[in-house]
Ligand binder design. Structure first.
Ligand code: URP
Ligand code: ZN
Ligand code: ZN
Ligand code: ZN
Length: 472
């Protein structure tokens, strides 16, 4: 069905201008002033910005963790994402050591297929490198379109990989055109500090933060960056939380290493004192890396502004307080790690970033959408407003004032990490490939309409002539 979006202000990573958009067959067919409807349904975007749909590069939907499973699945998680102005998510497919990677990929397809209301792709976790894994990777890239590979440097005896695995993943990615992602925290040191704390009876949620201090994140980030330089490969550091890690990324980039950094809204606006809330409520804020002392926030904002960090992910991995977070009463190591962030990612960056003058409107689009599309092989099909691009669009009213609350959010969990926070701006309507998913703040999509997206190799565009190299 053809649509004509009229009277909006189009915002991309580089431009802001008044224009109408004609949508045909799910794609942007024309951009111009006073376009005529010619039978298209007219949508009035007066007073709204029209952004390319947000892309969340970091979600864990229905993910097993700590003896339980994250609560938001591909249905509730993508509905919440859409309400927040996100039209694509890239979720982490967890592999199991000793099992073919394809069986994990099949499992993730089964979890997502009839549930997602927006488009989605997968990253693949690399737990170990052996001949079987090396044999599977080329096919995973070419047939599945999975072109990013995550290595965990933490969670000892669960997800943690050793340095040989990290290095060989970097070498393989270089050869085959993949992007390596790291969870950068020194898992061995955390394991030692954690055991010491438990021995001393330090079992409250705050000790989750105190046993994984900024230094262990800085160390692992620096190590991963150095190994990337040695392998002449490419690296994306997920969920950067502190100045120690930002410094290592900035240093690597100064040396010319191909290293990128993502932060998350929780690190920009919340701090470590949240873990000290009484009645075990601190557990709501337990994720890894942990929340930091407040002074780290300025460093993260500055890094987004000056380009030392380039993207914002949610690291959505939600657990109810009742029954799930509570598993860790009396032992913080048993609190499932993660939080419900997917819905508020875009809004918080707009409200705290753009309206407070910390980043520009165009930077906001780059950080929440365009740069992510470029790094993860989705551009220019997604991540921008251009003729021929998918009509993944957000009509955003920048004047709305509202308060974030679990009473009104759409995630499946019983609390919101940003409860009571006042924000300016809201996604009013959201389209996925030209169809409304959210219309006038109401969900009008349906589960299963979201499509799995096969992504291009690192540094290439997602078009028919996919060999074209993009400028990152
Ligand atoms: O605590 C977190 N971040 N949980 C999700 C898994 C991860 O480390 O990204
Ligand atoms: Zn992580
Ligand atoms: Zn400090
Ligand atoms: Zn994560």
């Amino acid at each position: 069905m053809k649509k004509l979006i009229k009277n909006g202000t189009v915002v991309t990573a580089s431009e802001t201008y008044e224009a109408d958009l004609l949508i045909e067959d799910g794609k942007i067919a024309a951009i111009g002033s006073n376009l005529s409807a010619n039978g298209a349904e007219t949508v009035d975007a007066k007073g709204c910005y029209v952004f390319p749909g947000g892309i969340d590069p970091h979600t864990h939907l229905e993910m097993p963790f700590g003896g339980t499973v994250s609560k938001d699945d591909f249905e509730s998680g993508t509905i919440a994402a859409a309400y927040g102005g996100t039209t694509t998510v890239i979720d982490f497919c967890l592999t199991k050591k000793g099992e073919p990677m394809q069986s994990s990929i099949d499992e993730w397809h089964a979890k997502s297929k009839d549930k997602a209301v927006i488009d989605y792709g997968f990253h693949l976790m690399i737990g170990e490198i052996n001949d079987d894994v090396l044999q599977e990777i080329p096919r995973v890239i070419s047939d599945e379109g999975i072109t990013s590979f995550k290595v965990f440097m933490a969670y000892k005896n669960v997800f943690q990989a050793d340095d040989e695995t990290l290095f060989r993943t970097l070498v393989t990615a270089k050869e085959l055109g993949g992007l390596v992602m790291v969870h950068a925290e020194n898992g061995d040191v955390i394991d030692y500090l954690t055991k010491q704390a438990i021995e001393k009876g330090q079992t409250d949620p705050i000790y989750h933060a105190l046993t994984r201090p900024p230094e262990v994140e800085g160390e692992a980030t620096g190590r991963a960056a150095q190994l990337t330089g040695l392998a002449d490969s490419q690296l994306y550091v997920v969920h950067v939380s502190c100045s120690d890690a930002v410094e290592k990324i900035a240093e690597a980039r100064r040396k010319g290493f191909d290293v990128w950094g993502e932060t998350c809204p929780q690190y920009l606006v919340l701090d470590q004192t949240a873990l000290e809330k009484p009645n075990f409520e601190g557990a709501k804020y337990v994720w890894s890396p942990p929340l930091r002392e407040k002074h780290h926030q300025d460093v993260l904002w500055n890094a987004l502004k000056n380009g030392d960090l380039q993207t914002l992910g949610s690291d959505q991995c939600s657990f109810d307080f009742k029954g799930q977070k509570e598993l860790g009463r009396g032992d913080f190591t048993k609190i499932p790690n993660g939080g419900p962030i997917i819905e508020d990612r875009v809004s918080i960056l707009y409200s705290e970033g753009v309206t407070k003058g910390r980043i520009s409107l165009n930077q906001f689009v780059d950080i929440t959408s365009t740069r992510i599309a470029k790094l993860f092989g989705l551009y220019p099909q997604k991540g921008t407003i251009a003729i021929g691009a998918d009509a993944d669009l957000v009509l955003f009213d920048p004047t709305v004032e509202r308060t974030i609350s679990a009473d009104t959010h759409h995630m499946a969990v019983d609390y919101n990490a940003f409860e009571g926070m006042k924000v300016t701006g809201e996604a009013v309507s959201v389209l996925s490939r030209g169809e409304f998913v959210i219309r006038d703040k109401q969900f009008v999509g349906s589960p299963g309409t979201g499509k799995y997206v096969k992504r291009a190799k690192y540094g290439q565009t997602l078009t028919a002539n996919a060999d074209e190299v993009i400028s990152k």
